[in-house]
Ligand binder design. Structure first.
Ligand code: FO1
Length: 306
């Protein structure tokens, strides 16, 4: 059994690669970027995984449903609502049904499981917690939800702080804890370490569980050289005062994993990373297509899982 901690658009590619090669897979999803809009509860990271595994994902954008239309959003605009968050018509059905189920007393984890069944996904997908956890960015002295900072304001303005509101009180989902304990290998996907993986490992119970199981946890770097191969990870790392490199990633994760996969271009950092008590593996980590996704997944399953 393989368990993957995933969040954001970088993670789904590796999830797809792993599930193409082995069937007993758990995906634990970030919930820090979940967002309420128009009375709908939107869970971008859960939906990206579900759409990715059911071949519905708009891979070019990295979120939403491919070939979706935007009539609902246009109508909201006509009715005077803001339209900066591009919810597609088919995607809206997911948020609507989830919100109704929440209002009828279901937990996010039950709803996610139900959705996996409706989408005929074999992989088990869990939110990291059923409790409230929200990633907020402080910019120009103002605290903004991650979606407001990144999508509404296009990430303009200095990042002065990152907060995981609720992380101190959030209880890890028991199924997520079991998925870590029972896995042969736990993979920290190459998501943004501050906004996609950070919220999860800042839940005390999760950090403790990963540390306890550190010997079977591997992190995949989202950084090659001094750039992220996907999304804004580098900007957030810089703002947090973390070196933008595979070494910076290794420093962030050293207490929760014992192995790290870095790009071959960063091989020269191996000795330095090993000094953090991490075993280093290098290969091509950028996943531009399905072949590259599966190659990285096969490398992890064959070389790293031992
Ligand atoms: N990202 C954008 O950059 N612009 C959007 O308009 C947008 C809409 C959107 C709608 C549904 C959804 O599930 C995700 C959406 N995203 C959008 C992606 C999202 O902001 C982030 O990429 C994730 O939260 C990062 O994990």
């Amino acid at each position: 059994m393989i368990t993957i901690l995933a969040g954001g658009t970088g993670s789904v590619k590796l999830v797809r690669g792993i599930t193409a090669q082995t069937s007993d897979v758990n995906v634990i999803s970030n919930v820090g970027d979940n967002y309420w809009l128009y009375g709908l509860y939107i869970c971008p990271d859960i939906d990206t995984i579900i759409y990715g595994l059911s071949d519905l994902l708009d891979y070019e954008k990295g979120w939403g449903i491919k070939k979706d239309t935007f009539g609902f959003l246009r109508q909201m605009e006509i009715l005077g609502e803001e339209n900066w968050f591009r919810i597609g018509d088919r995607d809206a059905a997911t948020h609507l049904i989830r919100t109704n189920m929440l209002k009828n007393g279901k937990n996010l984890s039950d709803i996610t499981q139900w959705m996996c069944e409706r989408f005929a996904i074999e992989t088990k997908v869990f939110p990291i917690t059923d409790n409230i956890l929200e990633t907020r960015i402080t910019s120009n002295g103002e605290s903004l939800h991650l979606q407001e900072f990144w999508v509404k304001h296009r990430g303009k303005g200095p990042i002065e702080g990152i907060e995981y509101v609720g992380a101190d009180k959030a209880r890890p989902l028991p199924s997520a804890v079991n998925a870590i304990q029972d896995a042969e290998l736990v993979i920290i996907a190459p998501g943004n370490p501050l906004t996609s993986i950070g919220p999860m490992i800042n839940i005390k119970g999760i950090r403790k569980e990963l540390s306890k199981n550190r010997r079977k946890v591997v992190a995949v770097s989202p950084i090659i050289g001094d750039k992220a191969f996907n999304g804004p990870a580098a900007e957030y790392m810089k703002a947090a005062g973390i070196e933008v490199s595979a070494f910076g990633i290794a420093q962030m994760y050293a207490d929760v994993c014992s192995k790290i996969v870095i790009d071959t271009k960063d091989k020269h950092l191996t000795k330095k990373i090993e000094s953090l008590d991490l075993k280093v593996f290098d290969t091509k980590i950028k996943m531009q297509n399905k072949i590259a996704e599966e190659a990285l997944a096969a490398f992890i399953l064959k070389q790293v899982k031992q």
